[in-house]
Ligand binder design. Sequence first.
Ligand code: HEM
Ligand code: SF4
Length: 552
Amino acid sequence: MYRYDEVDYRIVRERVEQFRDQTRRFLAGELSEDEFRPLRLMNGLYIQRHAPMLRIAIPYGHLASRQLRKLAHIARTYDKGYGHFTTRQNMQFNWPALERVPDILAELAEVEMHAIQTSGNCVRNTTTDAFAGVAADELIDPRPYCEIIRQWSTLHPEFAFLPRKFKIAVSGSVEDRAATLVHDVGLHVVRNADGEVGFKVIVGGGLGRTPMVGEVIREFLPTHHILTYLDAILRVYNRYGRRDNKYKARIKILVKALTPQGFAAKVEDEWLHLKDGPATLRDVDVAHYASFFNDPAYETRAANPEGFAAKLAEDRAFARWVEHNTRTHKQPGYRSVVLSLKKTGVPPGDITAEQMEAVADWSERFGFGEIRVAHEQNVILPDVKESDLYEVWQLARSQGFATPNVGLLTDIICCPGGDFCSLANARSIPVAEAIQRKFDDLDYLHDLGEIDCNFSGCMNACGHHHIGNIGILGVDKNGEEWYQITLGGSQGNHTAIGKVIGPSFAQADVPLAFEKIMNLYVEQRQDGERFIETVRRIGLEPFKERVYAKHH
Ligand code: HEM
Ligand code: SF4
């Protein structure tokens, strides 16, 4: 895991002191709302429905146990005892008092964390595969590159006032688990004809009010050119991106306006000035950052040790959990455990201080003190020995983390919606809960198989609803909360934007609509076909007919 050097420490500490002074001046009336807004946004502080909301960066979703303990302490001391993991692998606190935020930032600085660039029109936290470094299908460990991008983008003077926010995602494995196709820039690993590993460069993806799947502007970028190429992309965006209308300011609008080819040509022109310049990565730079991500001291172990295999055979509930909530590991005898934050009745992504402390303890006892945050809003213990899984399962159950639903219909990605967010059209949390209750029966849930259900409380799409196999969007109809359903969206290598099935539903009718959709799927699916595959094969029409039929 990356450790701060003196420069990192100094930047973060100085920023805390600057923000302390800015907050003091604002509270004393020396700075107006308008003057304070950009200053607080640069430090992740929004003013929300009930209180300020503070977004803390978790660089590429990696946490050390001491950092998670610190977040627990902050939740307990400065907030209401819990935090919320977001789809961009960050943590949000919904109830901090404005005057105490500088103290929170000072506490974060002690454990090498901050909230810099978690909002505002700048380069945001770079995200990646939550299984980076441990996934069996990885071609390259993306974390050193994420760290290099983090350092390059932090306080980069040229890119502090972009036309709009800018999000980068990096995927180092064959299967894209970092949603690279719906980011402003996605870097997805590829091998060229000579067997060299580099990145495919994707630009202009994004959700929000104009959802778009990104376009490939370069099929192969050698790894040592990533910063020069990102500089080129951002320069073109900074120069030509629209600043007159914030709804047309994201890079996706520019890519569309110039066409992907036109945009790529401008980037390549710009790159001519930058290629092989000082920002080119030397082997020694890459080796330096890679050294922070060396494998921990794995033991040489056999896969499927005896005791583990026996437990799988004798305990069906355990076997079910292993099947759904753990993932294969590159190291024989180990698995990664996904702790589900999607227990029915708990807002998706929420985690209490006590739970954070428990996870921090387990990460040390059953791993190497490391935790990952997945963009699906779950938490991962990356390196658990198979022989320890039974104990981990029991502990996870004791903290409400063992619902065996990862990747299934009730593992809903969900934004905070109208309960917390002032931009919301509708509440999301109670509706997500109603759906979870409807599909509470584990046999049925498991029979339905993999389904991504994503939920946003408004068109800003923080809950990624467009790329859910089933998406739900909160809409406002004459001051009332309604819900629009989309089908056919997907993330990963076959990213697609879902299509609206028809008129929206009142809150109470959403679970019933889901039930009808699932019934039709079960009737129509062919051997082993996943939900999304059935939707792709038969199209939306049969679903529309079923959902909107007068009597069924
Ligand atoms: C509660 C305070 C929040 C506010 C005020 C807020 C605001 C916004 C806005 C205005 C956008 C649209 C930006 C655009 O399209 O240019 C957006 C997008 C987004 N937000 Fe949030 N958000 C909040 C919370 C969250 C949470 C909790 C998550 C994660 C669950 C999140 C993750 C995202 C993501 C992933 C997008 C992606 C859409 C895209 O840029 O392609 N946000 N947010
Ligand atoms: S999607 Fe809308 S309601 Fe949900 S968090 Fe984002 S801005 Fe708020």
